[in-house]
Design a binder for this molecule. Structure first.
Ligand SMILES: NC(=O)c1ccc[n+]([C@@H]2O[C@H](COP(=O)([O-])OP(=O)(O)OC[C@H]3O[C@@H](n4cnc5c(N)ncnc54)[C@H](O)[C@@H]3O)[C@@H](O)[C@H]2O)c1
Length: 255
């Protein structure tokens, strides 16, 4: 049995992760943390939401095999430190981590295995592969990344869009990234990135390769958050046997 702790337990992602753990015959939720709803039941589990501000002591008392974190960038750093402190493997899905990336990698290095991914869906990981392939043929076309998410999403552009731009840029030997355009903004050789926020859109990503007289659009749409949580559960199983250090979802999926 894999014992799991979840941080961000009452969030959109955390609550669905807890539901998924309840449905998994090989997993058991042993701790759930949030900064709100402390003392409430965590989903249908026999576990109450614990105060995330006391995670250092409370996590050690349940000593889970793995911690799954979908919270906020500032919170994720402390949660990763607490997991490392009690030897738990880590599945980290929180996005907007750019400024904390080095710190987190430093905390994890030489301590525990971790999977960190801006998107845990199988489809998005294949989408990134397709972008590399398309860029190899269409590097001289204009390339734009357009993403749309629900009105509550805090970071922009999405981690998935940034990773899409990054894999294309690397495939093309390095490109300038331009975030939106306003006023006089003639197009150069850049990759343009655009973020749309509204309603309850779960997550759409489209990459446009535009040439003269034709274009190709490669698009991924998430229909439900299960696309992400299913992948995070896979990652939690995989990380149990993984070597110490940071891994990506492409390794989990064998892509
Ligand atoms: N990697 C992926 O596949 C993927 C998919 C979807 C969302 N996300 C990311 O996951 C994160 C959470 O998304 P969401 O839609 O569930 O957000 P949400 O706002 O619904 O949930 C976040 C939860 O974290 C809690 N929280 C805040 N600080 C905390 C702390 N210190 N310790 C524990 N809990 C804390 C909040 O109270 C809230 O319940 C975001 O960064 C989002 O971009 C990643």
């Amino acid at each position: 049995m894999i014992t799991v702790a979840v941080t961000g337990a009452l969030g959109r992602m955390g609550s669905l992760i807890i539901e998924n753990i309840g449905d998994a015959p090989d997993m058991e939720l042993v701790a759930a943390f949030d900064i709100m709803g402390v003392g409430m039941p965590a989903g249908n589990a026999d576990v109450l939401v614990a105060d995330a501000r006391k995670i250092d002591t409370l996590l050690a008392s349940t000593s889970p095999d793995v911690l799954i974190d979908f919270t906020t960038p500032g919170a994720a750093v402390g949660n990763v430190r607490a997991a490392v402190g009690c030897g738990a493997a880590i599945v980290l899905g929180t996005t907007g981590l750019e400024q904390y990336q080095e710190e987190i990698a430093g905390i994890i290095a030489g301590s525990v295995p971790a999977v960190i991914a801006p998107n845990f869906s199988v489809g998005v990981n294949v989408f990134w592969k397709l972008l590399i392939e398309a860029a190899a043929y269409l590097g001289d076309w204009d390339i734009e990344v357009i993403e749309a998410h629900h009105r509550h999403k805090k970071d922009a552009p999405s981690g998935t869009a940034l990773h899409a731009a990054d894999v294309i840029s690397k495939a093309l030997g390095g490109k300038e990234l331009v975030y939106g355009r306003k006023g006089l903004a003639p197009r150069g050789e850049e990759i343009g990135i655009h973020a749309i926020r509204g309603g309850d859109i779960i997550g759409d990503h489209l990459v446009l390769f535009a040439g003269d007289g034709e274009r190709i659009e490669i698009k991924h749409q998430a229909h439900s958050r299960q696309a992400f949580t299913g992948g995070a559960i896979k990652a939690a199983r995989w990380v149990m046997d993984a070597p110490v250090g940071v891994h990506g979802m492409e390794e989990v999926l064998g892509l």
